[in-house]
Design a protein around this ligand. Structure first.
Ligand SMILES: CC(C)(COP(=O)(O)OP(=O)(O)OC[C@H]1O[C@@H](n2cnc3c(N)ncnc32)[C@H](O)[C@@H]1OP(=O)(O)O)[C@@H](O)C(=O)NCCC(=O)NCCS
Length: 200
């Protein structure tokens, strides 16, 4: 497990949330989280998370170098799930994708922003050069979360994705390019970052 976790954060209702990477033993709690998710939010997720086999597969195939899944806990309940997807090889080895789902009762408390920030920092530590967030045009909350972090809409693919009941939607692709960040930080005399440890 990454050294900085578990990590406690405060959210807007004054309560505490604990951030911890997903482990195999968390799969039932994660499945329950998805079951309790408002239907309207579940509709727009990439995977059919009502199928227990999906969460089971994530637990079996767990590999933090490929997918870094961060869970937000309030007590024994999962409040949110956020993932950074990396490419272990190939022409998009420098690109990572962030996905976030916050439980209905925990939305609008700043948790989505905290998780986006957390995974963004994790992506930096992995040496990634470009971060992507994909969403349907209906997911305006998600757009706002990423725009606050400096992501910009780079592309729209019209009618490109179907929600879980089969309705087609536009796919928005928001990105943040870190090439300039790395160029500046590596030439700073006080910060000679080692050759970026691109995983994989
Ligand atoms: C999108 C999502 C992750 C946002 O999480 P959250 O914890 O509610 O977000 P935050 O509380 O950090 O809000 C960040 C900003 O977005 C705004 N926002 C959040 N949800 C919003 C919505 N549905 N409509 C408009 N604005 C919204 C907040 O007002 C806030 O702005 P502010 O800082 O100016 O007040 C959450 O609503 C969610 O999981 N939705 C369903 C799945 C999804 O869309 N995932 C994204 C795919 S990458």
């Amino acid at each position: 497990m990454a050294r900085e976790y578990p990590k406690e954060v405060k959210v807007r209702d004054g309560g505490t949330i604990v951030l911890k990477p997903f482990e195999k033993k968390d799969k039932d709690a994660l499945f329950l989280f998805f079951q309790k998710l408002p239907e309207g939010d579940r509709l727009f997720l990439k995977d059919n998370v009502t199928d227990p086999a999906v969460v089971e597969r994530w637990a079996v195939e767990l590999n933090y170098d490929k997918v870094f899944p961060l869970l937000a806990w309030r007590g024994s309940e999962v409040a949110a799930d956020a993932t950074l997807h990396k490419n272990l090889g190939g022409w998009m080895k420098h690109v990572g994708t962030i996905r976030i789902v916050v439980g209905g009762e925990y939305q609008r408390l700043g948790l989505g922003s905290i998780l986006a920030n957390e995974l963004f920092l994790h992506a930096l530590k992995c040496g990634l050069e470009k971060i992507v967030a994909e969403m349907m045009e209906t997911q305006q909350g998600a757009k706002k979360v990423f725009e606050k972090l400096g992501f910009r809409q780079e592309a729209v693919f019209h009618g490109h994705v179907r929600d879980q009941i089969g309705v087609r939607h536009d796919l928005l692709v928001l990105t943040k390019d870190l090439e300039d960040f790395w160029a500046n930080i590596q030439t700073h005399e006080y910060f000679s970052y080692p050759s970026r440890p691109m995983e994989g």
